[in-house]
Unconditional design. Structure first.
Ligand code: NAI
Length: 328
């Protein structure tokens, strides 16, 4: 058996936490031969800490063979100690009447603190996934607040958008979701993202030619994927949690264990590829190998795609400008 690795999860008593922790502990994220120690962070508030205690009792009651330890924390400086993986799920949701600027600044404070704590105490190879919204900008803030860590260790979750796009394409073509390759989602985890199936194949056949319907792409597919989160809130009365947790598992598993050449979408700091300014936390098509991701290069960006990419980029640039004062 391998030595245990440390996995920190913030917002551990929330809805995504409840759908996530049991799967991490059962080995679905890092493999069925990889023991894990869970380091769970919640706000100091008594209700949250009590709820966390309850979740821990349930984790204990599963008697997961791979669960080598569980810790409850209220301070990121202890929660992130020596952690190898950090899933930053907890954030402050947008309240009624809250302006975007206010949302960005409240979350700015959270992710500056957590970035600094990771910088101070986490493993130097920590892999960080930010799920809490606004995910890309929160990840950017954490990255900028951790100058001693490799910026490439910070990522944002676009995988839910990717999986949503794959599911819509499978339904449209009547093919199996597992057979879809070379799909990607560019940009921000927000309705502005650009889900792009121009390069996608199913059993080697082009998805674009199979669908052959630009109006469907523009008027049905993109709005459906972009507004899926809102549709789930309208139907369920709560935001997507199980599918978000599932996407987080997919993202971390692929990053840690590799994709065997398969494309996946990750929000990562841009290296300047495709004209995206350096450091913008942007959804790109990547492949993963040996614990590292690599942007798929050489894709042609046609006029429609450039427009969509510029649109989602403009939103991210605006968010980045909105938090610049917090980062000094
Ligand atoms: P939730 O409200 O059920 O749980 C969030 C938990 O985080 C709460 O228990 C809260 O006490 C905790 N928390 C808040 N601030 C914290 C901090 N500074 N440190 C530690 N814990 C903290 O929310 P839910 O449904 O679990 O969603 C979590 C986040 O994930 C939200 O921001 C949501 O918008 C986002 N999300 C992102 C998706 C993506 O694709 N990137 C998809 C779905 C949700």
């Amino acid at each position: 058996m391998k030595a245990p690795v440390r996995v920190a999860v913030t917002g551990a008593a929330g809805q995504i936490g409840y759908a996530l922790l049991f799967r991490i502990a059962s080995g679905e994220m890092l493999g069925k031969d990889q023991p894990v120690i869970l380091q769970l962070l919640e706000i100091p508030d008594e209700r949250a800490q009590n709820a966390l205690k309850g979740v821990i009792m349930e984790l204990e009651d599963c008697a997961f063979p791979l669960l080598a330890g569980i810790e409850a924390h209220s301070d990121p400086m202890t929660a992130f100690k020596d952690t190898d993986y950090a899933l930053l799920v907890g954030s402050r949701p947008r309240g009624p009447g809250m302006e975007r600027a206010e949302l960005l600044s409240i979350n700015g404070a959270i992710f500056i603190g957590q970035g600094k704590a990771l910088n101070a105490v986490a493993s130097r190879d920590v892999k960080v996934l930010v799920v809490g919204n606004p995910a890309n900008t929160n990840a950017y803030i954490a990255m900028k607040s951790a100058p001693d860590l490799n910026p490439n260790n910070f990522t944002a979750m676009l995988r839910l958008d990717h999986n949503r796009a794959a599911s819509q394409i499978a339904a449209k073509t009547g093919k199996a979701v597992a057979d879809i390759e070379k799909l990607t989602v560019w940009g921000n985890h927000s309705p502005s993202m650009y889900a792009d199936y121009r390069f996608a194949t199913i059993n080697g056949e082009s998805v674009k030619s199979m669908i052959n319907d630009e109006a469907w792409n523009r008027d049905v597919f993109l709005p459906t994927v972009g507004k899926r989160g809102a549709a789930i809130i309208a139907a369920r009365g709560l935001s997507s949690a199980a599918s978000a947790a599932n996407a987080a598992i997919d993202h971390m598993r692929d990053w840690a264990l590799g994709t065997n050449g398969k494309w996946v979408t990750m929000g990562i700091p841009s290296d300047g590829s495709y004209g995206i300014p350096k450091d913008v936390m942007f959804g790109f098509p990547v492949t993963c190998e040996n614990g590292e991701y690599k942007i798929v290069q050489g894709l042609e960006i046609d006029e429609f795609s450039r427009e969509r990419i510029n649109f989602t980029l403009a939103e991210l640039e605006e968010e980045r400008a909105g938090v610049a004062h917090l980062l000094g």
